[in-house]
Design a protein around this ligand. Structure first.
Ligand SMILES: C[S@@+](CC[C@H](N)C(=O)[O-])C[C@H]1O[C@@H](n2cnc3c(N)ncnc32)[C@H](O)[C@@H]1O
Length: 301
């Protein structure tokens, strides 16, 4: 049976790629950033459309005519994340827009991804009320990707909304329990011979933090920037190796740690700032595939 989805804020396509792996047919995907649209189109399909999702009425009209089973989306998280200033402003309004589009289109189910901090925001609390008023039940989960087929300790929040009684929610949670691995995945276990170093540098948010990691552990969160080792960096006592002996991951390696397929086409060469941001923004493909399977199990199709 065909199960359809529409992907809002699709970026370079991490969430879409995972949903497709889980068996969804993604009918359309929207973003307003040309680099994201180009990368999505080159790797997934031409069903990606430039759209400003602040314009809720236009987006809802277009989506209603598609009538997808699932409305999926990862609205921008900068206003909520620890990396940002945590001022709920324009970007946060896009989470509000997501809820409004759901409540206007009323698909059988929706799935939203964001940073865990979103739960504390007034914006998200308002969005919850909007979708509850539209008749949705909600299951919320914070998942660490390293337990779900991704070699990365990336914690992300998912809100699964569905219409009907509690059984769908139970099936969603049971499916996620089944998908959870018995161990965290390491970079080496996932990449094997694709990675030829034992240790690598990941630029820290501040220098009180560790910045050198072993491939024999899950990577820290892949962020939207990829910086070289600063020439005067003295290291941190928690580093796995001396910084003088390591390099940052390449753009392609970071894409792999986000579980994009090896043949994924990233434009712009190594350490292109836009490509690094696309990769850091993405929902890891394998995490999206497992959550997508849980959505299908919840919908029983
Ligand atoms: C967290 S990223 C999405 C990542 C994507 N789901 C993935 O898995 O690769 C958020 C996206 O929202 C897009 N965006 C920001 N403002 C937007 C707007 N007003 N309308 C449409 N897209 C917007 C950004 O360009 C960015 O690609």
């Amino acid at each position: 049976m065909t199960v359809t989805a529409v992907d809002l804020f699709c970026g370079c396509g991490g969430l879409s790629a995972g949903l497709i792996e889980a068996g969804f047919v993604v009918e359309e995907a929207y973003d307003c950033w040309p680099r994201a649209l180009d990368t999505y189109e080159r790797n997934i399909a031409p069903h990606v459309v430039p759209l400003d999702l602040m314009d809720v009425a236009s987006a809802a009209g277009r989506i209603a005519s598609i009538d997808p089973t699932l409305l999926a989306g990862a609205p921008p998280c900068q206003d909520f994340s620890t990396a940002g200033k945590r001022v709920e402003a324009e970007q946060a309004n896009l989470t509000t827009a997501f809820g409004q589009i759901v409540s206007r289109c009323k698909p059988p189910a929706f799935l939203m991804e964001n940073v865990p901090q979103v739960r504390l925001s007034a914006t998200y609390q308002q969005m919850r009320r909007t979708v509850a008023d539209a008749g949705y039940s909600l299951v919320e989960a914070v998942l660490d990707a390293s337990w779900f087929g991704v070699p990365q300790r990336r914690q992300r929040f998912f809100a699964f909304g569905y219409r009907g009684n509690g059984e769908g929610g139970q099936r969603f949670e049971q499916s996620l329990d089944r998908a959870k691995s018995s161990h965290r995945l390491t970079v080496k276990q996932y990449m094997g011979d694709e990675i030829d170093v034992e240790y690598y540098y990941r630029h820290p948010r501040n220098y009180s933090r560790r910045s050198v990691f072993s491939v024999h552990e899950p990577s820290p969160t892949v962020r939207g920037v990829n910086r070289p080792v600063p020439p005067n960096y003295a290291g941190n006592r928690l580093d796995s190796a001396p910084p003088s002996q390591v390099r940052p991951l390449t753009t392609r390696e970071r894409g792999r740690v986000q579980t994009f397929p090896g043949e994924w086409m990233w434009d712009g060469g190594d350490r292109n700032a836009d490509t690094e941001l696309l990769i850091g923004n993405a929902v890891p493909v394998q995490l999206a595939a497992r959550v997508g399977t849980a959505v299908r199990d919840a919908l029983d199709r």
